[in-house]
Design a binder for this molecule. Structure first.
Ligand code: FPP
Ligand code: MG
Length: 349
């Protein structure tokens, strides 16, 4: 599945290392409306929760899912008020999942600030995530069609199911690449996909276009999660602004480690497995990193990202040509550029 060599992979200059906000220029007028709508939601929570909600919603998240909802709207007929609400809904759900995720990962930093769990503890954080999710469903129930509420509920169910399967398979050295891809499709692909799909549904786009939008989102989400899993291994916390290294610490076997496990001989595999299972010593983590860097895994991880980026690009061919559709294309280039810089830096370090 993964063809490119490392040298080929890192010599390919990214088509775009542009700043994300430049790239999102076509929705520059709508994104502040999403921010304003999010801020006004904060005011409608119980005043005793206001500070928590403001803190977790006011961070410096990339607002990627809202951007997808808006761009999908623009690409399929125009961005209307309903798309702004959709953008708010998918961001609320996303933030809720991150608050829970940071509890599970015992992460301390997110968006360059302390996580909710490190500020207020797990109890408040779990309940806060629930509260945001319930609020998102309430907004989704406000549409004249039940489609939005049904689809975001289904997508969230898939996200949580993916997290449960991932938790069941922690420290499981027999996890296959396909099982890993299935997990990340569920935990990340589902929310990306529904953001794009509903952007088209709200414009009554033809079923083939709705399907292409859904698939674009799912493929972009898978590519993004592989990148994020590489970031967890190769990235720098200072640059990423969030806790890294939590995957292997929690026994989540992500693509680079799964590829490494496939490459080594039986004895090394056993030893590697034991290292991953022990995983509490900084020196051993450095050794693991050197092994990942020294076994062709970086190039193969990049090839896997490219594979899903390629699929996402192909999904766009069903769209009428306009600036929003081409921005969805630029987002794939942006992710490709980010992945290349991350892995180039990891190899050079
Ligand atoms: C990021 O994973 C996490 C997700 C994509 C989904 C997490 C979802 C849950 C914990 C379920 C929450 C449920 C509800 C209803 C709110 P990651 O740890 O790989 O990413 P990271 O590096 O950004 O932490
Ligand atoms: Mg996490």
């Amino acid at each position: 599945m993964l063809g490119s060599t490392l040298s080929e992979a890192i010599s390919l200059k990214s088509l775009s290392e542009r700043n994300l906000s430049d790239l999102l220029e076509p929705v520059a007028a709508e994104l502040p409306r999403v921010e304003m709508a999010l801020a006004s939601q904060v005011r409608s929570f119980d005043p005793r929760l206001g500070d928590y909600v403001q803190y977790i919603l006011g961070g410096t998240g990339k607002r990627l899912r809202p951007s997808l909802a808006l761009l999908a709207g623009g690409a399929t007929g125009g961005i209307r008020e309903e798309h702004i609400t959709l953008a708010v809904i998918v961001e609320l759900i996303h933030v809720a999942t991150l608050v829970h995720d940071d509890v599970l990962d015992e992460a301390e930093l997110r968006h360059r600030i302390p996580t909710s769990n490190s500020r207020w503890g797990n109890e408040i954080s779990v309940l806060l995530g629930d509260c945001l999710f319930a609020y998102a469903l309430r907004l989704a129930a406000g549409y004249p069609t039940t489609d939005v509420c049904r689809r975001v509920s289904e997508a969230t169910n898939t996200v949580v199911s993916g997290e449960i399967v991932q938790t069941q398979r922690r420290f499981d050295l027999d996890l296959t690449l396909n099982q890993y891809l299935d997990i990340i499709n569920m935990k990340t692909g589902a929310l990306f996909a529904v953001s794009c799909e509903l952007g088209a549904v709200l414009n009554d786009a033809p079923p083939s276009v709705v399907k292409s939008m859904y698939e674009y989102g799912a493929n972009l989400g898978i590519a993004y999660q592989i990148y994020d899993d590489c970031l967890d291994i190769f990235g720098q916390e200072r640059q990423a602004g969030k806790s890294l290294g939590t995957d292997v610490k929690k026994g989540k076997l992500t693509l680079p480690f799964l590829l490494l496990l496939q490459h080594v001989d039986f004895d090394s595999r056993q030893e590697l497995g034991a290292m991953i299972l022990r995983n509490n010593d900084g020196q051993e983590q450095q050794r693991l990193l050197r092994l990942v860097l020294g076994n062709g895994v970086v190039g193969e991880s990049l090839a896997a990202i490219d594979k899903y980026i390629g699929r996402a690009r192909a999904n766009l061919s069903a769209l009428p040509a306009n600036i929003y559709g081409s921005t969805l294309g630029s987002l794939t280039e942006y992710l490709s550029g980010q992945s290349r810089s991350l892995l180039r830096e990891a190899v050079a370090a």
